[in-house]
Write a protein that binds this ligand. Sequence first.
Ligand code: COA
Length: 274
Amino acid sequence: MNASKYLPITLLKGHTVFVTGGGSGINLGIAKSFASVGADIAICGRTAERLESAAAELRHMGARVSTSVADVRDYAAVETALAKSREELGAVHTMVCGAAGNFVARAEAISAKGFRTVVEIDLLGAFHGAHAAFEQLKETRGNLIFVSAGQAYLPFAFQAHVGAAKAGIDNLMRNLALEWGRHGIRSNSIVPGPIEGTEGMKRLGGAAGEDTWKRMVPLGRYGTVDDIGGMAVVLASPLGAYVTGAQIVVDGGIGLQGSGLFNQAMEQAMPASP
Ligand code: COA
């Protein structure tokens, strides 16, 4: 499934989308969904090679592409990347704050630096992206899409740092919807479920095991990056024109089950507390 299979390939022609962490995983999937309906794409990330290979795929789909090596923890780098993308592609219409970091660890085994690192990448990085894009979004009456996670509203064992960061992102998302609506800027988040083939699933999925995940999802399958990208396109397009301040759950229903099965499987897979 790709957005262009169901939506006109010109739906977002002339629309510029900036995706943080867009070199791989769910974020690259989102970028590709936008490219499939005509948008131009800017991506930033930490690794030049990864960005270049992603850019080649996006160009192959017909998008004009801007790349910047920028760590979302560095506000000046994000600002510079947005200025470059503006110069190359025009003002941004959709800002996707997707860059994230994760590891699985017992709360007592997370150092202060480890906790701070994830909060800095996820939450501070999301604020940096939104704040640096504000003037451009005001001009285009554009929108923000944050990539949240189930950990934002449900505690998952060994994810204390991620839960804190993602809950912060969703609250930031609502706050910006409230404050920036007067500028015509919409702000929403997407909560992905377990998405196959992503770095996040490698980190979380491996230990819990494939069977556990599939039993937890009412729809009985992993999600795909296109499942997430399609929703991002709908949200950013005129189809989502009256949606703001919403946490859109795209998880095959896993959030309805609680995190119990995951917690039990992980407890068995994790090394004991020191
Ligand atoms: N358990 C406990 N602590 C861990 C850890 C683990 N598995 N992995 C990293 N940390 C800690 C480190 O020990 C370090 O703290 P310390 O110096 O007090 O020991 C701290 O986290 C920072 O680690 P470092 O590797 O220096 O940070 P980084 O900026 O290079 O990497 C991460 C950030 C840790 C989030 C890394 O996993 C990453 O780059 N992830 C990006 C990709 C990703 O996670 N994708 C999935 C998104 S869902």
